[in-house]
Design a protein around this ligand. Structure first.
Ligand SMILES: Cc1ncc(COP(=O)(O)O)c(C=O)c1O
Length: 349
């Protein structure tokens, strides 16, 4: 599909210092919008950030056809800007759209829209070492008609916001054995809004009990670890980087994929397989060093210090020589252009 993106810039530019502002609260000055109607995309535009007007009948308010992605752009040490792994994010966006019966966004439209927007708002990319520009592509069903059906009209939008480390300290997580996030054949592999809405209550309960997040388990036995909040779960036990395999119930994380690739490149043994929490208990009780961490675009590598399993709490290894920090540093250095990007992950703007 041919597309042209028109650009209307904000008359007065003003970059806000957002270091102390909570994640996602301040948008940059521009946004991207395209409209889907009559089975095609129209009016692709980068415009000043603005609120939307939608009919209260719009299907997104009622039946959950909402999909999003989360990506980051970085300022490299030589001053250039890159967007990290656009193609992999587009692949996942495509899978989410397909599962939610929403129209495809051509790769060229997705990529160009991000490029134009990030180029225009590049001054918002923090210079600080832990800073990046968070990019949020999303799509909502806009057809104004109550009634359960796939919408015939949509908005595809992209907004951005400066981002720093999502978690400021190591996490305390609880193995969740009552509520579930996803089941085979469901929507666990997508970034649809409902997955996150359904996770709020169990997460709230865990937070009330003093934890930061839950570690979801499988829907059948409640023994096998799935993922956490907005992060894939990773462990290092006996020097092996181990993470739950992709079964369709967890998200195919771009950070997960990047860290596994980096680990393999460095000769670290990697296993993608089912991990039961009993296996973790055994390792803790045998006195082994267990590293546990979350991997995600927003959180990057989030060390887990404590895992609550039943009525017991187990301490993980978070000392500076832990493997997770080596992987984190390598990923950081690739994105910042400090070491070669051998896999072609940095899409230079
Ligand atoms: C449920 C869930 N799992 C895992 C991840 C990590 O994925 P990524 O590394 O692509 O951000 C995310 C964040 O997008 C998420 O929302």
């Amino acid at each position: 599909m041919e597309h042209t993106i028109s650009v209307t810039t904000q008359a007065e530019r003003k970059v806000t210092d957002t270091k102390s502002v909570p994640f996602g609260k301040i948008p940059t000055e521009h946004m991207f919008v395209a409209e889907y109607k009559d089975k095609t995309w129209h009016n692709a535009q980068v415009v000043p950030f603005h609120d939307l007007t939608l009919s209260p009948l719009a299907l997104c308010f009622h039946y959950g056809q909402t999909i999003f992605e989360g990506m980051k752009a970085f300022k490299m040490q030589d001053g250039r800007v890159n967007v990290f792994r656009t193609e992999k994010h587009h692949e996942r966006f495509t899978k989410s759209l397909y599962r939610m019966c929403m129209p495809h966004v051509p790769k060229a439209l997705f990529t160009d829209a991000i490029k134009q927007l990030v180029k225009l708002d590049a001054d918002w990319i923090p210079r600080e070492d832990d800073g990046a520009l968070y990019i949020r592509p999303f799509m909502i069903a806009t057809e104004a008609r109550i009634g359960i059906k796939a919408s015939e009209e949509y908005l595809f939008m992209i907004v951005c916001s400066p981002a720093f480390h999502y978690y400021s300290k190591p996490l305390k997580v609880k193995i969740e054995t009552n509520y579930v996030r996803a089941v085979e054949g469901g929507t666990g592999l997508t970034k649809c809004g409902g997955n996150y809405g359904g996770a709020l209550f169990p997460t709230h309960l865990a937070q009330t009990a003093g934890y930061d997040q839950v570690l979801w388990t499988d829907a059948h036995t409640h023994e096998f670890i799935e993922e956490s909040g907005t992060m894939n779960a990773m462990f290092v036990i006996d020097g092996v980087l181990t993470t739950p395999e992709l079964t369709g119930t967890i998200l195919d994380g771009v950070t997960r994929n990047s860290l596994l690739t980096i680990a393999r490149d460095k000769g670290i043994k990697v296993e993608e397989r089912r991990i039961s929490y009993h296996e973790l208990v055994k390792a803790f009780e045998a006195g082994k060093k267990v590293e546990a961490f979350g991997a995600g675009t927003a959180a990057v590598v989030a060390p887990i210090e404590v895992i609550g399993i039943g009525h017991k709490e187990y301490k993980c290894y978070i000392e500076p020589d832990a493997v997770m920090y080596k992987l984190q540093k390598e990923l950081h250095d690739i994105r910042k252009g400090i070491i070669p990007d051998v896999h072609g992950w940095n899409d230079i703007i």
